[in-house]
Write a protein that binds this ligand. Structure first.
Ligand SMILES: [Zn+2]
Length: 305
């Protein structure tokens, strides 16, 4: 094959003879180019596709891990919430027990947002973070309310215990017989109708006389009518009086505990025989000691004759 090439500039014509050999080479080069380009394109496409796929895989993996992390955390928070709810219930029952132990009427439970008749086991349901936060806030408020309530209960409990300790309920002399009761009677010496402002316990001289409650000894001295007399102050205007003692073991100002010895039974002063004259006074006014002693357990065991 002959191709005539005409050059404009040179205005000459050149004749090139193309041999089948040349065609073969040209075809080979052309084919090589096509194959190479397509291979390259496919490689690029593959690379791009690969990158894309890997990208998707990575982000999906990341998202999955994040979701797992959040889900685990929510589960932990829900579990903690369940524990908190259990603690509130525990505080609640503790308050009830304390109230009944202290014998005080419990204040009406604080107004709750939730309706009555709720309860049961906590079942961790998949809660959202917002729901969890609201529930935690609510529980924190409940814990605060319970804490306040328990503090009030504690102070009342202590108050009551202090008052009980100061109430003259312990029998002032053991192994005694009940003598003259509180009230109007015929005076044993004058024979006239008179007010007996205490209780008489008949017991042998020397039998220990003990304080009916905690207190401070007001006076321990000899008195014309009462003989050796010990007065004990229990606070709040309440005093007790122990008369006709053969012996006094305390002095004015002594602190005495319930059941602690004050002296011994005798028959000093205006008395016909060994006995303890015991009085309880409120703001100086004589009370029936039996009303106090009956609150103790020993009074029921006192022998009567
Ligand atoms: Zn008496």
């Amino acid at each position: 094959m002959q191709i005539i090439l005409v050059s404009r500039h040179l205005k000459v014509a050149r004749t090139i003879t193309i041999m089948p050999r040349h065609l073969l080479i040209a075809s080979f080069v052309f084919l090589s180019l096509i194959i190479g380009t397509s291979a390259m394109l496919s490689w690029v496409a593959g690379q791009m596709g690969g990158f894309g796929a890997r990208d998707d895989g990575l982000s999906q993996h990341e998202a999955g891990r994040t979701q797992q992390y959040v889900s685990n955390n929510l589960q932990l928070m829900a579990t903690r919430l369940g524990e908190l709810q259990a603690q509130v219930l525990h505080l609640d029952s503790l308050g009830e027990r304390l109230a009944s132990l202290a014998g005080v009427k419990r204040d009406a439970p604080p107004a709750r947002e939730k309706p009555a008749g709720q309860g049961g086991a906590f079942v961790p349901a998949p809660l959202t973070a917002g729901e969890l936060q609201r529930e935690i806030d609510r529980l924190a408020l409940e814990v605060d309310l319970r804490t306040d309530e328990l503090a009030v209960l504690e102070s009342r409990f202590l108050e009551k215990r202090v008052k009980e300790r100061l109430l003259p309920t312990t029998l002032p002399v053991k192994a005694a017989y009940l003598g003259s009761p509180f009230g109007h009677r015929s005076d044993p010496i004058a024979g006239l109708r008179a007010m007996h402002e205490g209780i008489d316990f008949n017991a042998e001289t020397g039998t220990p006389v003990v304080a009916a409650a905690d207190g401070v000894v007001l006076s321990a001295s000899y008195h014309g009518d009462f003989g050796n007399l010990v007065d004990v102050d229990h606070g709040d205007g309440l005093t007790t009086r122990y008369a006709h003692l053969s012996r006094m073991d305390v002095k004015a100002g002594s602190l005495v505990k319930r059941g602690e010895a004050l002296g011994a039974v005798g028959t000093t002063g205006r008395s016909t025989g060994p006995h303890l004259h015991f009085e309880v006074r409120m703001l100086g006014v004589a009370q029936n000691p039996a009303q106090f002693l009956k609150q103790g357990e020993e009074y029921a065991l006192v022998k009567r004759r």
